[in-house]
Design a protein around this ligand. Structure first.
Ligand SMILES: Cc1cc2nc3c(=O)[nH]c(=O)nc-3n(C[C@H](O)[C@H](O)[C@H](O)COP(=O)(O)OP(=O)(O)OC[C@H]3O[C@@H](n4cnc5c(N)ncnc54)[C@H](O)[C@@H]3O)c2cc1C
Length: 380
């Protein structure tokens, strides 16, 4: 470690911090990436379900892909289920620790200085305090990026407005034989996971990732245990984490910029943050490169925020409306809706247009085809 000044210091070597660092270094910027973890081992508090489009954005090939997913069973609260099936892989299940490790290695290979096992504990103007094994060092950077996740230390040190709308996500790994190796299972219902859902995702052979998210932060563990016990599933260790489902009011303050979960860039429909965070790295890179190389004022950094809100941010806004609408439905209505959806034409539309990164597209398609709905209504 040294005290060499950097152009950009990125705090947090999750997927978003690593990819942003790599992109900046590819433009010739002098970048430091500081990551609290010193090793990358399972179990991990992420299901690792990402779209092929998201994998491509990460810059990795299929090195960390464990499985391809073609479809899913969606269960109503009363146990009734629908099956959505596509001919092509819609999702990948990734090995998240390996994914993170590979992305950090790629950043280092591109010329990023990487400090592992180092925790940022304080910021002041351009200075960052880093703690490692009880000793402290400082390092300076023209721009500080908080890519340090939902509990962002950078955001709290720099005085960003807090995110109020968060879920608790809990997950474990269980021995499991799925009905189909390339199908996920989604479980809806207030008694299962209030205001979100539970999932079973096949992962390594003979194992599945079982988890749920809910806005009942204090009761998440109880709901997960209940879900596991009623299915006679034996959990290994349980990991949990916060999922922000509301974007932060600001992403930029002075010379500090937030990205990924730290900025609340997460899909409110599924809780997935890897795709929107990676999209943000593309926008942030353009802005940061100009800010540094043309020595522009800090005000210019807010361009990143504007670009974000007018692109992927608007899909997240639609997702937020969708999530709020879904949360209004009680179990009886959910039972009814799944029954209505269980019609070959509707299931085909969902399979063809369902897109985990852009969920509003399938809703739009369904609304454009009222005839399909009418065919499936029980009182037609
Ligand atoms: C149970 C669960 C399941 C999920 N499943 C999915 C899924 O299937 N698909 C999906 O897209 N998303 C999923 N998510 C969300 C996903 O995990 C996050 O959106 C994603 O990890 C965000 O990436 P990030 O790089 O912004 O933050 P993180 O991955 O949280 O990375 C932040 C990094 O910062 C480091 N850090 C934190 N504080 C400091 C500090 N002070 N100093 C230095 N380093 C620090 C951390 O060690 C960490 O490595 C899930 C979340 C949960 C809780």
């Amino acid at each position: 470690m040294g005290s060499k000044p950097y152009e950009v210091i990125v705090v947090g070597g999750g997927p978003i911090g690593s990819v942003l660092s790599r992109r900046l270094a590819q433009h010739g910027l002098r970048v430091l990436l500081v990551e609290r973890r010193s090793s990358f081992n399972p179990p991990f508090r992420c299901t690792g379900l990402i779209s092929p489009r998201c994998l491509k954005l990460s810059g990795l090939a299929k090195e960390a892909v464990l499985r391809e997913i073609r479809g899913g069973y969606i269960y109503a609260p009363n146990g009734y289920s629908i099956q959505v099936e596509s001919n092509i892989p819609k999702l990948y299940v990734i090995d998240r620790p390996r994914f993170d490790k590979l992305l950090i290695e790629r950043a280092a290979d591109t010329g990023v200085d990487v400090w592992l096992g180092c925790k940022v504990v304080r910021l002041e103007n351009n200075k960052v305090w880093v703690e490692r094994h009880g000793s402290y060092t400082t390092v300076t950077g023209r721009l500080i990026v908080g890519a340090d996740g939902a509990n962002s230390k950078v955001a709290s040190c720099a005085g960003f407005p807090p995110i109020h709308n968060v879920l608790i996500g809990l997950q474990t790994v269980v021995p499991y034989r799925p009905k189909k190796d390339d199908f996920v299972e989604i479980f809806l219902g207030r008694s299962i996971a209030p205001n979100f859902f539970a999932w079973i995702v096949p992962a390594e052979d003979g194992l599945a990732r079982v988890g749920l998210a809910t806005d009942r932060i204090g009761a998440g563990y109880h709901y997960l245990m209940n879900f596991l016990n009623t299915r006679n599933l034996q959990p290994q260790s349980i990991r949990s984490g916060l999922i922000p489902i509301e974007t932060r009011r600001r992403f930029v303050q002075g010379n500090v910029l937030l990205i990924g979960d730290a900025a609340g860039q997460v899909k409110p429909t599924s809780g997935g943050g890897i795709y929107p965070g990676l999209m943000a790295t593309k926008l942030a890179t353009k802005v940061i490169v100009r800010y540094i190389s043309e020595r522009l004022s800090e005000r210019y950094l807010t361009t990143y925020e504007r670009w974000w809100r007018s692109t992927i941010g608007s899909e997240l806004k639609r997702g937020s409306l969708l999530r709020k609408s879904l949360n209004l439905l009680d179990d009886n209505i959910l039972n009814y809706i799944l029954k209505v959806l269980d019609h070959p034409h509707i299931l085909r539309l969902i399979a063809d247009y369902g897109d985990v990164d852009y969920p509003s597209r399938v809703v739009q398609k369904l609304l454009q085809h009222p005839a399909v709905w009418l065919q499936s209504l029980p009182f037609r």
